[in-house]
Ligand binder design. Structure first.
Ligand code: MN
Length: 405
């Protein structure tokens, strides 16, 4: 029902004679006869709720047609059950279902000349631009309309995102209680593998488990080094529930106690993160959290003598403070409208994740070398402010040291 509601809402935003074509992905080969685990296309999933590969939805005001893989007993014995053409209309609330192989013949009948076709080209989707443009009709991009819809989460999405963030946060807590010097990064990653699987979810993105200086590699996913006594550990890991991502980062001392230099850096990042979150409310500019975080980190690093002034900030804080979160971990939705930053609205979800990264052998006091700190939470914009979806994992220094010892 929720998907039908979304299809109707989308059509209300488009021209009256609109016809929407949205397709999902094919399975991707890993090697030999082995495929990567399949993940549906987010737009297709959002509008149909259908999670099999090789399918296309064609949606207009008076017709919803779905193209999908037909039943095939031989293939189903190997690869699992398929919904099939016969029960698809009832199951997916479509007017008619067709075998995917007939798409090119049928689409010519479904599209007539007075229709405006809304369609996006994507390299992973099974229907590409050259096929669609051979249909000799007028085309509009679908993305702007769908991205705006996906940016504002409905209650069903908020429930899933809350659960997703909670699972991730609880697993981060478990990890803090388990980590000890001498463990390996992959053993920490395995806790997320196990917990996410146990709760019928999976990673929303490859987890980052980065001891010491590895935290300064922003997309470190090797996760294969030993955790050393005296270093910090940065862990960025989140699961997805029915496709909805959470994205959570915590940084803590491997031996359970912050040293003075680590504490100094951590407190700057924590202060920046909390202040950035605090400004979030409907009507506030969406780049305000980043401005606040940059200001606090810049002043903090200047005070410690690490930078001379704010012009040096980018050497130690080189990414943005947050991004939209939803069916994609870096979710769709514009940050600017008409050249200026837009404002937060109720039911948007954004991450807030400032950091400081000081590489080994940097030309500053060596006590700061190899300190990489990032703290990340998932924030839902509410009617009068915000809600931290990932708040069941601690981030205050006293709380971290308390649960680790
Ligand atoms: Mn993030």
């Amino acid at each position: 029902m929720i998907h039908q509601k979304r299809r109707q809402e989308l059509l209300r935003k488009l021209e009256r004679n609109a016809i929407v074509i949205v397709s999902t992905n094919s399975e991707q080969k890993r090697n030999g006869d082995v495929n990567y685990p399949f993940r549906p296309d987010s737009n297709f999933w959002y509008l149909t709720g259908f999670t099999e590969p090789d399918a296309v939805a064609v949606i207009s005001k008076d017709n919803y047609a779905i193209f999908l893989r037909p039943k095939d007993q031989k293939k189903e014995i190997w690869d699992g059950e398929r919904l099939g053409i016969e029960i698809a209309p009832e199951e997916l609330l479509a007017n008619k279902a067709y075998p995917i192989e007939s798409f090119f013949d049928e689409i010519k009948i479904l599209i007539n000349k007075d229709k405006i076709v809304y369609f996006d080209d994507s390299s992973t989707n099974i229907i590409n631009k050259s096929i669609i443009s051979s249909l000799n009709s007028s085309f509009e991009p679908l993305k702007p309309y769908l991205s705006e819809m996906r940016l504002l989460k409905d209650q069903d999405e908020i429930n899933k995102m809350q659960l997703s963030a909670q699972y991730s946060a609880e697993t981060h807590m478990m990890v803090m209680k388990t980590v000890k010097p001498g463990m390996y990064e992959y053993q920490v990653a395995a806790i997320f593998d196990s917990e996410f699987t146990r709760r019928n979810s999976r990673h929303a993105y490859p987890p980052i488990v980065a001891g010491g200086n590895n935290a300064c590699v922003l997309h470190y996913i090797e996760n294969n080094k030993k955790l050393n006594d005296g270093d910090l550990l940065l862990v960025d890991a989140g699961c997805e529930i029915s496709g909805y991502a959470s994205d959570v980062t915590r940084t803590f001392p491997i031996n359970g106690s912050f040293n003075d230099a680590q504490r100094e850096i951590y407190e700057i990042v924590l202060n920046a993160q909390k202040s950035a979150i605090n400004c979030i409310k409907p009507g506030e500019k969406v780049n305000r959290p980043h401005e606040i975080a940059c200001d606090i980190i810049s002043k903090g690093l200047t005070k410690l003598g690490i930078i001379k002034d704010s012009s040096g900030l980018r050497d130690y804080y080189m990414h943005n403070t947050g991004h939209w979160l939803g069916l994609d971990v870096h979710d769709v939705g514009e940050y600017k409208t008409d050249d200026d930053y837009r404002c937060f609205e109720e039911c948007m979800v954004m991450t807030v994740e400032p950091g400081i990264y000081i590489r080994k052998n940097d030309k500053i006091d060596s006590k700061y070398w190899g300190i990489g700190v990032r703290i990340e939470d998932d924030i839902l914009v509410t009617a009068d402010g915000y809600k931290i979806l990932s708040n069941s994992v601690v981030k205050e220094i006293e709380d971290i040291e308390h649960i680790m010892n």
